[in-house]
Design a protein around this ligand. Sequence first.
Ligand code: PEP
Ligand code: MN
Length: 337
Amino acid sequence: MIIVMRKGHSVDELTGVVKFLETLGLRAHISEGEEKTIIGAVGDERLIERDKLLDLNGVETAIPILKPYKLASREFKPESTIIGLNGTKIGNGRVVVMAGPCAVESYDQVLETAISAKQAGAKVLRGGAFKPRSSPYSFQGLGRAGLEILARVRDQVGLPIVTECLSQDDVAIVSEHADIIQIGARNMQNFAMLEKVGKQPRPVLLKRGMMSTVEELLMSAEYILANGNYNVILCERGIRTFDTMTRNTSDIAAVPLLKSLTHLPVIVDPSHATGDRKLVPPLSLAAIAAGADGLIVEIHPTPDTAMCDGHQSLNLPQFSALMDQVRAIAQVVGKTL
Ligand code: PEP
Ligand code: MN
């Protein structure tokens, strides 16, 4: 249920409503918008006696949310969520590009990539330290040493880092090193891990599962929000279909759909969506044209020798050229980088 407070309500009135809900065993999530304050009541709504709630001072109205995700919905929070990362903002109407290698391989590789990515206009550096690989015999990432490389490069180059957490056991260490914690497609419904990243302070990049619906993605985001972390970025990265000519099938329509259903920022991963570097630039442009708040792109100094996903990685000059195109398309849809 969402409870809309009267304009100009007092702090005591707001506290009164929160206490009323907590006495019933429900949790209150407050969203203070420019126009209105809205309280999301999460828990067993059947316990709320609507008349009693409407009688509380300061309450304008109470509306049941029928959707299975509530805090993630635009009904709960009509204004778009803006996530701040030391100066860079995600979701504020600008286009934010995250770029970097699929996997952290060495300090030199990450440093060279970061310097070039920053110069080209990327605002966040990506890189996997823990890699989810289909085969147990493939390179699994450098683990903790990879996190340390990322953190060192972040300090040197000044780009915040996004990196994946694969296990509940690693949430604390990833949170300690990263600026954004990535939850990969394979873990989108690892509910125990979603709860855990919901309880730590770093923003979360939540990727859509390869067999997940848009609604399931929003419900997974809800797990994170309901645990107190409101800084979630959604990522469309392609889903599995009958077509085998691309690594995944990119669901571009999910971008405007998500933007209408949720206040959370939405970005697109054109690399995993296509699996093919020559398809990455056109899909990137389509994503921006469709209203995405940003991109996450795999790039590598020498893609042909990459230990992971080289086939879909752009080299550094290719990424720089893509950024010029992204800037041009952003302008057409009234955005800047
Ligand atoms: C990745 O970003 O490197 C990755 C493994 O992505 P996904 O979880 O979307 O497959
Ligand atoms: Mn990859």
